[in-house]
Write a protein that binds this ligand. Structure first.
Ligand SMILES: CC(=O)SCCNC(=O)CCNC(=O)[C@H](O)C(C)(C)COP(=O)(O)OP(=O)(O)OC[C@H]1O[C@@H](n2cnc3c(N)ncnc32)[C@H](O)[C@@H]1OP(=O)(O)O
Ligand SMILES: CC(C)C(=O)C(=O)O
Ligand SMILES: [Mg+2]
Length: 518
C-alpha cells in the first residue's frame, strides 16, 4: 500500500493565525513534538519574514533529527538566500518556494503576465535547487488558476528540478470534487508530472479543508499539508489530526498508509493549543474534549454493551486513556448504575430507581453531574451520616508579613464537649485544615480541593469541595458559605465526619438499606 507523507505547517501557516506569535523556544518544543508524532516535513517558518523567524528556523533545524525542516520563501533571490542561511547546517534541510498563479493574483497582486510568472517560478526553483536537497514549489491560489496554465507552471518547475509540486486551495474556495479534478487533470496533461510528488494544501474558509485534502488523496496525491488543530490564516488550514485519523480509520477505502505515531496526537494538540493560546472547541473532531465523550442514555447503554456501537475510533489510538461517559440530562439507568458501582456503591434495583429519579431532578438544574454530586445524592437520600464534629466558631489571623493562623471551636456531638485548637499553616486554608486535624486527632491527606463560585457578584456564594484520603479510605465533603474560608472549614469537617463513618461504621443503627460506600 502506498504511504501518505505529512507536511506540517503549524509553525508557519499556523503562526499566521491572528494573535499567535511563537517564541524560538516554543517553536523548538512544538517541532520536537511533531517529530515524535512522525511528521515527515516541518515547515518551521518564513526566514525572510524577520531575523527572529530566521533564528527560530535555525534552532528548530538544530534540534530536529529525523524530519525534514523547511522554510517558506517567495520566488525571489533574497528569500531563497535567507532560507539557505537559516538552514545550511540542518541535518535534512528543504525549501518551500511559492508564487501565485491565478488570474486575480497575477493581475492585482503581482502585476505580472503569465510568461513572467512562468519565468520567475522557473528561476526561483533553479536557484533553490542549487542550495537545497529538497525543493517544493507551490502555485499559490492554484485552486483558482486556469488548469492549462497550471500544467505549464508544473512543467517549468519540474524541468527546473522541483521535488514536490503543491497545489494550494489558498482561499478555501473549492469543493472536494473540483479539487480532486485539478490533480486528475495535471496527471493527464502535464509533461513530466510523474517525476514530482504531488501535495495538497487546503484552507477551511467554507469548512471543507479536510474533505478537500482527502479528495486529493483519493486521486493519488502523496503528500498532505496542514496544521495541528487546524489553526492558520483566517479560518485555518486542514487539521492534520483529522486527515490522519480519517486515513487510518478508513484505510481500506483510501488504500493509503499513515506512518504517524497516532498516540502522540492528543499530546501534540494540547501543546499547540497551550502555546498558541488557540483553544480547541469541545466538539472538534479527534481532539475536542467531547470527541470521545458520550452523554445520551441510549448511546451510553450501547457503549457499555459494545463500544463499536457508537465509537469508530478508540480513544487509546490518539493517546487518550479512556472514553468518557458523561452523566447529564440525557443519561439513562445503565450509565448511572455503572458510574455508582465504579465509585464503590452497591444497591438493589429498587434503590437504583429511587436514586435515578433524584438524579434526573438534579440534571434539570445542573448541566453536568460530578462525582461529588453523586456522593451527595446517595448520602442525602439515605440521610446525611450523623456528624461527630460540628463547627461552632472559627477565627483567622492573616497578614501579608505574618504566618496565617486559625483557631477553631468544634462540638463533639458524642458528649457535647467543646474542643478548641489553633494551628499555623502555609496559607489560611492550610491553617484551618491543620487546626481541624488537631481538634479531631485525625490525620488526613488532602487529595483534592476545589472552589467554585455558586452565585455571581461581590457577595457570591462560594462552594468548596475537598477529597480526603486516610489509608485505603476516601471521603468527600462540600461546604457552602459567602466566605470561602468558612466554606473550606465546613467541607473539610464534613469529609472528616464521613471518613470516620466509612472507616469505623455508624455509631448508631445505620439502616441496612444504606448503600455501601467506597
Ligand atoms: C498564502 C500564504 O500564506 S503566503 C505567505 C504569507 N506569509 C506572510 O506574508 C508572512 C511573512 N511576511 C512578511 O513578513 C512580509 O510580508 C515580507 C517581509 C515577506 C515582505 O514584506 P514587504 O517587503 O514589506 O512586502 P509586503 O508584504 O508589503 O508585500 C509583498 C510583496 O511581495 C510580492 N510577492 C508576494 N508574493 C510573492 C512571491 N511568491 N514571490 C515574489 N514576490 C511576491 C508582492 O507582490 C509585494 O511586492 P511589491 O512590494 O513589489 O508590491
Ligand atoms: C504558501 C502557500 C502554500 C500557502 O500557504 C497557501 O497558498 O495557502
Ligand atoms: Mg496556506
Amino acid at each position: 500500500m502506498r504511504s501518505v507523507h505529512f507536511f506540517d505547517t503549524t509553525l508557519r501557516d499556523g503562526e499566521q493565525s491572528p494573535g499567535v506569535n511563537l517564541s524560538t523556544e516554543e517553536k523548538v518544543a512544538i517541532a520536537l513534538q511533531l517529530e515524535r508524532l512522525g511528521i515527515d516535513v516541518i515547515e518551521a517558518g518564513f526566514a525572510a519574514s524577520s531575523r527572529g523567524d530566521g533564528e527560530s528556523i535555525r534552532q528548530v533545524a538544530r534540534a530536529v533529527r529525523t524530519s525534514t525542516v523547511v522554510s517558506l520563501a517567495r520566488a525571489v533571490e533574497k528569500d531563497i538566500d535567507r532560507a539557505y542561511e537559516a538552514l545550511k547546517d540542518a541535518e535534512s534541510p528543504g525549501i518551500h518556494v511559492f508564487l501565485a498563479t491565478s488570474p486575480i493574483h497575477r493581475k492585482y497582486k503581482l502585476n505580472m503576465s503569465r510568461d513572467e510568472v512562468l519565468d520567475q517560478a522557473e528561476a526561483a526553483v533553479r536557484r533553490a535547487r542549487k542550495y537545497f536537497p529538497w525543493v517544493e514549489f507551490s502555485c499559490e491560489d492554484g485552486g483558482r488558476t486556469e488548469k492549462d496554465f497550471l500544467c505549464r507552471v508544473a512543467e517549468r518547475v519540474i524541468e527546473a528540478g522541483a521535488d514536490v509540486l503543491n497545489i494550494p486551495d489558498t482561499v478555501g474556495y473549492l469543493t472536494p470534487v473540483e479539487y480532486g479534478e485539478i490533480f486528475r487533470y495535471l496527471k493527464q496533461n502535464a509533461r513530466g508530472i510523474e517525476k514530482v510528488r504531488l501535495s495538497a494544501h487546503c484552507h477551511d474558509d467554507l469548512g471543507m479543508a479536510t474533505s478537500n485534502t482527502l479528495a486529493a488523496v483519493e486521486t493519488g496525491v502523496e503528500q498532505v499539508e496542514g496544521t495541528i488543530n487546524g489553526i492558520g490564516e483566517r479560518a485555518g488550514n486542514a487539521a492534520l489530526e483529522e486527515v490522519a485519523m480519517a486515513l487510518a480509520t478508513r484505510e481500506s477505502f483510501y488504500q493509503a498508509a499513515v506512518n504517524l505515531n497516532l498516540k502522540e496526537i492528543t499530546k501534540t494538540s494540547r501543546m499547540v493549543s497551550k502555546m498558541t493560546g488557540m483553544f480547541v472547541p469541545g466538539n472538534k473532531a479527534v481532539v475536542g474534549a467531547n470527541a470521545f465523550a458520550h452523554e445520551a442514555g441510549i448511546h451510553q447503554d450501547g457503549m457499555l454493551k459494545n463500544s463499536a456501537t457508537y465509537e469508530i475510533m478508540r480513544p487509546e489510538t490518539v493517546g487518550l486513556t479512556d472514553t468518557r461517559l458523561v452523566l447529564g440530562k440525557h443519561s439513562g439507568r445503565h450509565a448511572f448504575r455503572d458510574k455508582l458501582v465504579g465509585m464503590g456503591y452497591s444497591f438493589t434495583d429498587h434503590q437504583l430507581n429511587e436514586l435515578f429519579v433524584r438524579f434526573k431532578e438534579l440534571t434539570d438544574r445542573k448541566k453536568t453531574v460530578e462525582d461529588e454530586d453523586l456522593v451527595s445524592l446517595v448520602e442525602e437520600k439515605w440521610g446525611e451520616p450523623e456528624e461527630t464534629f460540628a463547627l461552632d466558631s472559627i477565627h483567622l489571623s492573616y497578614g501579608n508579613r505574618s504566618v496565617p493562623a486559625a483557631s477553631l471551636r468544634l462540638r463533639d456531638t458524642r458528649n457535647g464537649r467543646m474542643l478548641e485548637e489553633a494551628a499555623c499553616g502555609n496559607g489560611s486554608v492550610d491553617a484551618i485544615f491543620r487546626a481541624v486535624d488537631r481538634v479531631t486527632g485525625e490525620g488526613m491527606e488532602l487529595e483534592d480541593y476545589k472552589i467554585v463560585s455558586v452565585t455571581h457578584g461581590k457577595d457570591a456564594l462560594g462552594e468548596v469541595y475537598v477529597q480526603l484520603r486516610q489509608g485505603e479510605y476516601t471521603a468527600q465533603g462540600r461546604g457552602v458559605s459567602t466566605d470561602v474560608l468558612e466554606a473550606s472549614a465546613r467541607a473539610y469537617i464534613k469529609a472528616v465526619n464521613r471518613m470516620m463513618i466509612r472507616r469505623d461504621g455508624s455509631r448508631e443503627s445505620r439502616s441496612s438499606e444504606v448503600p455501601v460506600g467506597s
